[in-house]
Design a protein around this ligand. Structure first.
Ligand code: SIN
Ligand code: MN
Length: 300
């Protein structure tokens, strides 16, 4: 499903476009059911909040989960991504931010592209994020804040670079790796208050409030943030980053793991629009068959 010319223009002007209730409720329910199984697996792909127990994000789940893999190839998401980027795309990054009820922590003001350029050697910002809401995002549960139009600013030089080592978030296998500073509360390249004050006075500020199933496409240079969640409402979202197949990162000295920086440069081919639901029923049928084989019914 491609964007209209008018929607593309909104994306280019504001640096984002929100498509309300774009993915069906049934598809959201399927993904939420999968989420409860993913969240329990212990691995470095699972980032915890400062409390050491609440899951903050899960990375790379599209490589080992068929339902989330289908989401990355959902035509409603890949087709606009190709249109925005202007070429075929591959999956650069896949993450699920859970922002749990009562304990989900904030994301400081930042732009994404500086991480991808400095840490990963991405040549150009020919890349787009698709944020798919698995819960309603409202004024209570730490919605995404955006400075509309800020993607047009050349601001890299005024960024406040937080030194590595001040980070506190841990994951499950001993010492925290340095890449954690791109995903913890103390973000490595967050923007300082003076910069945010001047950008907000120039462009204003907005927050994304939308129902589960809505999808937000946003520019890698848009300035964004979100507050912590002290409400009883979870705020889980999937963020898929699609990079142009003509924008493959250059080699860097300390490459981040491939679950953070996708190394499968194969162009994503869109599936049929009902593929995610189909995949789910196939999995359930297989699951039932497996269970029958383990515990055969008495009269069969
Ligand atoms: C991000 O900037 O990648 C995450 C923001 C959020 O989940 O609120
Ligand atoms: Mn971001």
């Amino acid at each position: 499903m491609y964007l209209t010319e008018e929607q593309l223009l909104i994306y280019k002007t504001q640096g984002f476009i929100l498509l309300p209730e774009y993915i069906s409720r049934a598809e959201v329910a399927i993904m939420k059911a999968e989420l409860s199984t993913l969240s329990v697996e212990n691995s470095p792909k699972k980032i915890l909040e400062k409390d050491g127990k609440t899951v903050r994000s899960l990375h790379g789940s599209h490589t080992n989960n068929d339902v989330f893999n289908s989401l990355t190839r959902h035509p409603f998401i890949v087709e606009p991504a190709m249109q925005i980027v202007g070429t075929q795309v591959y999956i650069y990054q896949f993450k699920i931010n859970l922002k749990a009820a009562f304990s989900g922590d904030l994301w400081k003001w930042h732009q994404d592209y500086i991480y991808w350029r400095k840490e990963d050697g991405m040549p150009r910002p020919q890349v787009v994020n698709a944020m798919c809401l698995l819960d309603d995002m409202n004024e209570f549960n730490g919605p995404l804040f955006i400075i509309p139009g800020s993607h047009k600013e050349e601001m890299i030089d005024v960024l406040e670079h937080n030194p590595i080592g001040e980070t506190t978030t841990s994951h499950n296998s001993g010492e925290s790796p340095t890449w954690i500073s791109s995903f913890s509360v103390n973000l490595k390249y967050s923007l300082n208050q003076k910069t945010i004050t001047s950008l907000v006075s120039k462009y204003g500020i907005t927050s994304v409030k939308a129902a589960a199933g809505s999808v937000l496409f946003f520019d890698s240079n848009i300035v964004h943030a979100s507050t912590n969640n002290i409400s009883p409402f979870g705020r889980s979202t999937v963020i898929i980053t699609y990079n142009s197949i003509e924008n493959i990162p250059l080699p860097v000295i300390n490459p981040r793991p491939d679950f953070l920086v996708g190394q499968n440069y194969q162009a994503v081919t869109p599936l049929a629009s009902d593929a995610l639901s189909q995949k789910n029923s196939e999995l359930h049928t297989q699951d039932k068959l497996d269970r029958r084989n383990l515990h055969p019914l008495p009269h069969q």
